[in-house]
Design a protein around this ligand. Structure first.
Ligand code: SAH
Length: 395
């Protein structure tokens, strides 16, 4: 087995269980290690730190999978990990109101670069490097042995800059006909496993959607920006919102939002679904003096449109300032980001800055990070990328 030497000053971090290998942590560059190869990680003198695999992702060059020298990375290793991961989600498998959730969350479940989601007996695998993809046979065997599935689909997310590679996504079982209708806390969603990287719903927002429906929507005028398939609007409408407005740049969002509303018996014509750049919409809303009681703000970490580039780490504060300008007094902003480049503390500083700039006082009344099924590990804090704050304006 080939080995990778870690620089002396980084050794302690890895001994404590940090799983992600960065190029900058290596004491030497070894060019003949190939994607998917299992390697031994050692200190500069050659003593064992862990065992892992090589796989290029935008965030690193591979993942350590064990710090135990007696553990081999083989078929049974993978099956044990997946079995344990499934056991950990028993409460969701047994939940009669929800049949869409994550069953394997990368390093949080012991194998960075791989996630598996469950959509009503369909399993969806995401591979984040060519190296991770080399373990496909192990993963498929494990699923075959451990669960009864209708089909397995996959997404390869290791094209240039971590982009999604377009190709047939069907892997095993019987081809589905899409959409399939899944359920989350009693609400129906249309899911398409055969149309590219985004399948119709982001599972990590489950608790936020439920909170919005159950406690923040009744009688409210709701604006959902970057609305995609309208998931937050749908939960608001079901929670008794007076009216919802969904805004997304992508043409597909219009039909998909109508579809989700209709699947839940909501008259979409009583709501606004607008295909438009959110930044233009803010201008329009300001001109028309529109005000909202609840605004959901869930932009991508990075987005390029014809006119501008949005980077969450740089531009979130000004996005909030725009949002505040159309939020009524005592209104609430649900500020969300999945950007791993900053932590919760920094995110709170964006909110503080935007409220100060707008001369509005505020309180943070709810705080969410990833739900339980998106298991994370304390040795890799940045794995808990989701940050959601409910910001209540005082005036
Ligand atoms: N909030 C959604 C997920 C958002 S995904 C949910 O919970 O389901 C990000 C969305 O932002 C995509 O649908 C994309 O089309 C949209 N988007 C990106 N840039 C945009 C812009 N400038 N204006 C409006 N929508 C934008």
């Amino acid at each position: 087995m080939k080995s990778i030497k870690i620089k002396n000053k980084e050794v302690n971090k890895f001994r404590r269980g940090y799983p992600l290998l960065h190029k900058g942590s290596l004491a030497e560059t070894n060019n003949n290690i190939v994607e998917g190869e299992i390697v031994e990680i050692t200190d500069e003198r050659g003593s064992f730190i862990g065992r892992g695999y090589y796989g290029l992702q935008n965030k690193g060059i591979g993942w350590i999978l064990t710090n135990d020298p007696s553990v081999q990375i083989d078929e049974s290793f993978m099956e044990k990990l997946i079995k344990k991961a499934i056991g950990y989600r028993k409460f969701l498998y047994n939940d009669p109101d929800t049949n869409a959730f994550r069953i394997f969350n990368g390093e949080g479940d012991g194998f960075g670069g791989l996630t598996i989601d469950f959509f009503d007996k369909y399993y969806l695998i995401n591979w984040y490097s060519e190296g991770a993809y080399c373990f496909k046979e192990y993963v498929l065997k494990a699923l075959k042995n451990l669960v009864q599935y209708k089909a397995v689909y996959e997404k390869k997310r290791f094209g240039k800059q971590g982009q999604y590679i377009e190709e047939d996504e069907f892997v095993a079982g019987e081809r589905g006909s899409f959409p399939i209708i899944v359920k989350e806390n009693g609400v129906n969603f249309a899911v398409y496993l055969n149309e590219g990287a985004m399948v119709g719903v982001f599972l990590d927002q489950r608790e936020v959607r439920k909170t919005i429906r159950d406690r923040y929507s009744e009688g409210k005028r709701v604006l959902n920006t970057f609305s995609y398939t309208g998931a937050f609007s749908l939960f608001s409408a079901l929670g008794g919102a007076q009216h919802t407005t969904s805004v997304d740049l992508a043409n597909r969002s219009y039909a998909k939002t109508i579809e989700n509303f209709s699947l839940n018996g909501i008259d979409y014509e009583a709501h606004d679904i607008i295909v438009e750049d959110v930044f233009n919409y803010f201008k329009y809303a300001n001109r028309k003096d529109l005000l909202f009681d609840l605004v959901v703000l869930d932009p991508p970490s990075f987005a390029r449109s014809k006119k501008r580039t949005f980077r969450a780490e740089k531009d979130y504060t000004s996005l909030l300032t725009d949002t505040i300008s159309i939020t009524d007094s005592k209104g609430t902003i649900v500020a969300s980001t999945n950007c791993a480049k900053f932590n919760m503390r920094k995110f709170k500083s964006f909110i503080d800055q935007a409220c100060k700039d707008s001369r509005r006082s505020y309180k943070i009344i709810e705080e969410f990070s990833l739900p339980n099924d998106f298991k994370t590990t304390s040795s890799f804090k940045e794995g808990n990328y989701l940050k959601v704050l409910f910001v209540k304006l005082d005036s």
